[in-house]
Design a protein around this ligand. Sequence first.
Ligand code: MSP
Length: 538
Amino acid sequence: MERVLQKLVHSSRMLHFLPKRRCLSNLSNKNFFITTPIFYVNASPHLGHLYTSLVADAAQRFQHLVSKSPSFLSTGTDEHGSKVQKAAGKIDTQLYCDQISNQYVEMLEMYGVDFSKFVRTTSTEHKRAVQAFWKKLEGKNLIYTGDYSGWYCEADEAFVPETRTEKLSDGARISSESGRPVEWTSEQNFLFKISAVKDDLLHWLKDKHVIQPRKFHDLVQLWVGEGFHDVSITRPSHRVPWGIPVPDHPGHSIYVWMDALINYLTVAGFPDTLQKWPVDVHVIGKDILRFHAILWPSLLIAAGLEPPKQIHCHSHWKVDSEKMSKSRGNVIDPRGEIRLKFTAEGLRYFLLREGTNHSDANFSETKVFNILNAELAGKLGNLLNRCTGKSLNPKQVWPVYVSGLVGDQYLVEALRELPDKTKQHYEDFNFYKAVDEVILVLQEANKFFEDQKPWTLQRDSAEMHSILSLTLETLRVVGIVLQPVIPKLTGQLLEKLDVPLENRYWADLKTFVWDKTSAEKTLQSQKLTLFPRLGDGK
Ligand code: MSP
C-alpha cells in the first residue's frame, strides 16, 4: 500500500511541473480566455466530463484558427467537501485527490484537449486566492454571521429552498432538481449579502448574449424573478473539515461552491494580478447553471470585479437513453475500453457531431459505430482514397486545375460557401451544424467523383487532372474547417496534402489553391488511411 501511495505522491508532484505551454504568465497575451468547470474528484472521469472539455477545446481551437493568436483554456479539479472526503475512505484525502486529479489530466491528454492551465483547489495558489477573495468581500461589509436553517443536500453540497424540494410518500425529502436527499440543518454560518448586488446582476443579465443559448438565459431570468435570498457561504468545519478555512475563523470552512468558482480567478493570477479578465466564455453543463449565472457574477460584482462576458451552457449525455449513474452501472469512462473500440479522435468526432446545446443527446455504441463508418471512414476517408489511390494518382501529385472543364460548378460553389456557413455555427457552439455542412460538401464531392468517372479518362488528360485537383481541394478546405473537431486526423490529412502549418488558418480558406499557383504540387508520398473502417464486431 505504502508503495502505491508513494507512487501517487510522485505522480502528483510531476503535475506541478507542467510543460512550458501551460504557463500562467502567458495569459495576458492570449486573445481568448475560455474555461471548463473544474471536475469533482469524488469519482473517475466519465463521458459528460469529456464532453464539457471537448466543447471548450473545440471553441478555443476555432478562435485560434480565426485569429491566428493562441487561446487560453483552463480546466482542473474541484477537490474539497465532504463528498470527496467520504469517497477517499481510508486513503489519505490529499493522496486520493492527487490520484483522481491525475485521471482527469490523463483523459484530457488522451483526447487532445489543449489546456493551458490545470488548476487544483487544494493547491496553495488557489487557497490563497480564495482567502484573499473572502477578505475583499469582508472588507466591503458583504459578509455577516447568522443562524442558518434550511434543507441541505449533501450530495449537491448546497442548501435548497423548500420550494425546490419534494416530500416523498415515505416522509423523506429530496431536491426537485437533482432528486437527491436533503436534510434539515441548523447551524451558525457566514452569509453573503447577495441582495446588495441584485440590481447590478439584473443589469448584467439585460444583455441576452451573456448566457447562451437563449433558452438558458430565459431560465435564469425566471429564477431571478423568484427573488433573492442571502447565501450561506460557510459550513462549520466539524461538519466539513476538508475545506479552506475562513480567514481568522478556523471553525468554519468556506462553502465548496464559492471555493470552486474562485478557481477562475486563481487561473488569472488573483490576488497578485488579474490577467485577461473577465473570462470570455465559461463552458458549463445545465446542472450547474444556477451557480454560474447567479452566484458567480454576484460574487464578482460584490468584489468589484467584472462578471464573465459569456456563459455557454450545454445539455447532457445519456447512455442508451438512460441517465448515467453508478447505480445503473452505465457510467462510461472515456479512458477505458470505449477508446480502444472507437479511438479518441473517433469519439471526439461523435460527441461533437451529436451533442447539442438545447437538448440531451444519446450515446449508443451502435450509433457511434454507424456514424464513424459512414462519415469518417466513408465520406471523408473514401474521398481521400479516391484521389490519392495509386491507380489514378501514381505519382502522388496535386495536378493543375482547369476551371469549367468538368461539371464542377456546384462543388466549387459549395466549397466557396462552406467557410461562411460553418463560421457562424462554430461561433454559436453548434458544432453539429458545422459538421452537417461539411458532410453535405463531402457528399457532393463523392458524387462529383462518381459522376465524372475519372477511371474512364486518359491518365494525363486535363480533365483527369481537374477532377483530382478539385477533389484534393475539397479535402484541404474540409481539413481546415474540421480542425476544431478532429485536430489529429485533420493534421494527418493536411500533412498528406503537404499544406504547411502556417497555411492552415481560416484566412487560408479564402483562396483556392489554383488561385495561388498554376503549377503542379506534390503530395506526401506515404499512404494515409485516415480512419480505418470499424469491424462489424464493433
Ligand atoms: N465541480 C463542479 C463544477 C465546479 S465549476 C466552478 C461540478 N463538477 S462535475 O464533475 O460534477 O461536473 C463537471 C461538468 O461535467 C459539468 O459541466 C457537468 O454539467 C458536466 N457533466 C456531468 N455529467 C454530464 C453528462 N451526463 N453529460 C454532459 N455533461 C455532464 O459540477
